[in-house]
Design a protein around this ligand. Structure first.
Ligand code: GTQ
Length: 354
């Protein structure tokens, strides 16, 4: 009998050692140490026209106060029930109606807010209120008190919707999630509105700077008008990248690194007529369409998926999936990924094909 003919004997051996909480590596080695990333996540796209009625319906079904956070989670279709969009990232669309308050709490998870539609909402972080307008990128640093509200008039003003991006699955993986509820629904404003941006947002820093939020950016709101202007000027006056168009990353001005230790954020403009070259990267990336129209093609399981996108649509590109971006009329895309963690571990990889 050659060794590979002894299936029954092996099976019996595995059953026996399993009782001692042992298992044979050689049965799983290829899956454990794959030749290339083999994510269980799949690409997915949420058209805003499809899901907006459900966001409105959620607004009638439960109050922000009762829900604490009234959010429809963008679940990866291959990871149903796990409340995540990739294995390391959480994404959801939060709705707040005029007059509502989403009560204060704090947690070790870092959060980003990317405003999708509506006017009149605010978020408060550590005693500073910040107005939210479409296209603004806002941070809730780890372990800072935060509450959200809508100061518009009931039955006059529109709901506000924003994308929440959190590192919830990462912190779950490390079993490092802690949270605390606030004693008041809304925190008292102890700092003037906009003071963080004045202090840290003019390419200058206070002389004796001490980081207010540890490794997270001291700026917690990056208004869209500034980002938009930078992209527009670069499109006019600088070379357009053949893979990304004009793509900038948001920075923590104190370090030059990503705004949060676990998540990188980006804004990019694809000029009219842009036909991007293919690329892939190990960081899975979640996109929110800001302006214009375009399409993304994603290679998945030997097929090419194509999503046509317009403003407020969301889509996810899982790790190591080859993509190309196109736009006939031009568009602007916000995105976030877990790239800083890959980079901190020295395992980030990207491939740009011709
Ligand atoms: O706003 O604090 O989408 O704690 C998920 C968990 C939002 C928030 C989410 C949260 C929040």
């Amino acid at each position: 009998m050659t060794p590979s003919d002894n299936h029954a004997e092996r099976k019996a051996f595995y059953d026996t050692i399993s009782q001692r909480n042992l298992s044979p590596l050689w049965e799983v080695l290829h899956a454990l140490v794959p030749s290339a990333p083999n994510t269980p996540c799949v690409p997915a796209c949420w058209k805003y026209s499809d899901i907006q009625p459900f966001l409105r319906a959620a607004g009638q079904l439960i109050t922000a106060e009762e829900a604490v956070r009234r959010v429809l989670i963008l679940e990866n279709p291959a990871l149903k029930g796990q409340s995540c969009i990739t294995q390391s990232l959480y994404a959801g669309l939060q709705v707040i109606l005029p007059g509502e308050v989403a009560p204060g709490h704090r947690h070790t998870q870092s959060a980003l807010r990317f405003v999708v539609e509506g006017q009149g909402a605010y978020t408060a972080v550590d005693g500073e209120r910040c107005r939210m307008a479409p296209g603004d990128f806002i941070i809730t640093p780890s372990w800072t008190w935060h509450d959200h509200g809508h100061s518009g008039k009931v039955e006059v003003d529109e709901p506000v919707v924003w994308l929440d991006g959190l590192d919830i699955p990462m912190l779950k993986f490390f079993d490092a999630g802690f949270a605390e509820n606030g004693s008041a629904a809304s925190q008292r404003a102890t700092k003037p509105e906009g003071v963080s941006l004045h202090k840290y947002g003019a390419n200058m820093m206070p002389v004796r700077h001490q980081s207010p939020f540890g490794q997270t950016s001291p700026i917690f709101s990056y208004p869209y008008d500034r980002t938009r202007e930078a992209l527009h000027n670069l499109e006019q006056h600088a070379e357009v990248d053949a893979w990304d168009g004009v793509k900038l990353r948001y920075v923590n001005p104190a370090t030059g690194g990503s705004p949060m230790p676990t998540m990188a954020t980006f804004m990019q403009r694809l000029p009219a007529g842009f036909e991007g070259k293919p690329y892939r990267q190990t960081d899975g990336e979640v996109f929110s369409v800001v302006e214009g129209q375009g399409s993304i093609s994603i290679e998945h399981s030997g097929k090419t998926l194509v999503y046509q996108f317009s403003p407020r649509d969301h889509f996810v590109v899982p790790s190591w999936h080859t993509v190309r971006l196109n736009s006939q009329l031009g568009c602007v895309l916000f995105s976030f990924s877990d790239r800083p963690v890959h980079q901190a571990l020295g395992i980030h990889k990207e491939e740009r094909m011709s």
